[in-house]
Ligand binder design. Structure first.
Ligand code: TXA
Ligand code: MG
Length: 337
């Protein structure tokens, strides 16, 4: 028997144990291709309530529900509609979450009382096997305390949430490394709620029409998933156009897309991708930020990356991480689109 907060390799026996815990109303952290999730039975409101409690997450911020396939989706949504079906054909399993009209039976705590439910099918064998064995869709936000850096390894989860979680399944580092793209397909318009592992360009190409980008309203924090400050390290983070604009020093750290040429005098430097590949950079983003945050620095400078493809998801995370609790940190207008 494993004690709460234990990290166990995600073999068949551990997945079986995790599924049993979930059926009994437990909360289990599990790997997905994007980030680690903090899972509970989506049809058990008490278990879902524990997820909010463990994360210290406000109840107005709804959870994503994970399914093992289209058959299970029917438990959550009656009629996804033709465009949603097409997107599922093309991008599931994978890092695309669809916001769909919900069935009455989906508990309000999961959707924060909204008439819609956010659903995705993860492209990860352990996650899929866990959902199948639990025999229920899993409501699972990222397995981090609310507004802190997302976890892309099992030790990240253990360090942040520890014994508050019944079990942590270790499936190694996440291959995509940033959260899923969230697309609202519940109305006539297609609205991007969060950029992520599938680029807007790919979605627009697949559907042959434009996706609207919803600008978050900072005065309306009740808008789900649009909180300005998120994905934040504890160390203050400043965005700079180029690393030459940062102020090196013995307690300053640097996050760069590519190697910065002549090694600058920073206390700690992290490179997202030696070749400058944005997909590889996304996969490394949170790991690099976790290491910088653990390095005892007084400031982290993050160099901007191209705002296209997966770079858009990276820039979204960096812009939000750059917000201080009180508002802007002097980096100019960082409002996400
Ligand atoms: O990649 C991911 O999506 C990861 C892994 C674990 O699957 N999950 C994840 O969940 O990032 P979370 O809770 O950290 O982010 C979910 C976002 C929230 O910002 C929430 O507001 C939004 O999804 N969301 C959930 N349901 C929604 C709904 N019905 N309408 C609009 N936004 C919704
Ligand atoms: Mg999250």
């Amino acid at each position: 028997m494993n004690t709460p907060g234990s990290i166990v390799p995600a073999d068949a026996k551990a997945v079986k144990q995790a599924a049993r815990l979930l059926r009994e109303g437990g909360v289990v952290a599990f790997p997905t291709e994007t980030v680690y999730g903090l899972g509970a039975d989506a049809f058990n409101p008490r278990a879902a309530a524990r997820v909010f409690e463990i994360k210290n997450r406000p109840h107005f911020d709804p959870l994503i529900v994970h399914v093992s396939g289209r058959k299970q989706l029917r438990l959550l949504c009656e009629e996804p509609g033709p465009e949603a079906e097409k997107l599922m054909d093309l991008f599931w399993p994978g890092p695309l979450t669809l916001v769909l009209p919900k069935k009455e039976s989906v508990p309000d705590i999961v959707t924060s009382g909204l008439p819609t439910v956010a659903v995705r099918m993860p492209a990860h064998d352990t996650a899929l096997e866990l959902i199948r064995k639990a025999k229920t869709p899993l409501a699972a936000p990222s397995a981090n305390p609310f507004s802190y850096l997302s976890p892309t390894t099992a030790p990240h989860v253990a360090a942040q949430l520890g014994a508050r979680v019944d079990l942590i399944l270790d499936g190694g580092p996440c291959s995509v490394g940033v959260e899923s793209t969230i697309l609202d397909v519940s109305g006539g318009e297609l609205v991007l709620l969060r950029s992520g592992g599938i680029s807007v360009e790919e979605i627009e190409k697949a559907l042959g029409r434009k996706v609207s980008l919803r600008a978050p309203d900072p005065d309306k924090v009740t808008a789900p998933g649009q909180l300005e400050r998120h994905y934040s390290p504890r160390t203050p983070l400043r965005l700079v156009k180029r690393h030459e604009h940062a102020e090196p020093g013995p307690s300053a750290g640097l996050l760069c897309l590519r190697p910065p040429g002549k090694a600058p005098p920073f206390a700690h430097t992290e490179i997202l991708s030696v070749s400058g590949d944005l997909r590889e950079a996304a996969a490394n983003l949170f790991q690099c930020l976790h290491r910088l945050d653990a390095a005892g620095l007084s400031v982290i400078y993050a160099e901007e990356v191209p705002d296209e493809g997966l770079g858009r998801a990276i820039m979204d995370r960096l812009r939000r991480a750059a917000k201080t609790a009180g508002g802007m940190n002097g980096t100019g207008s960082l409002r996400d689109k």
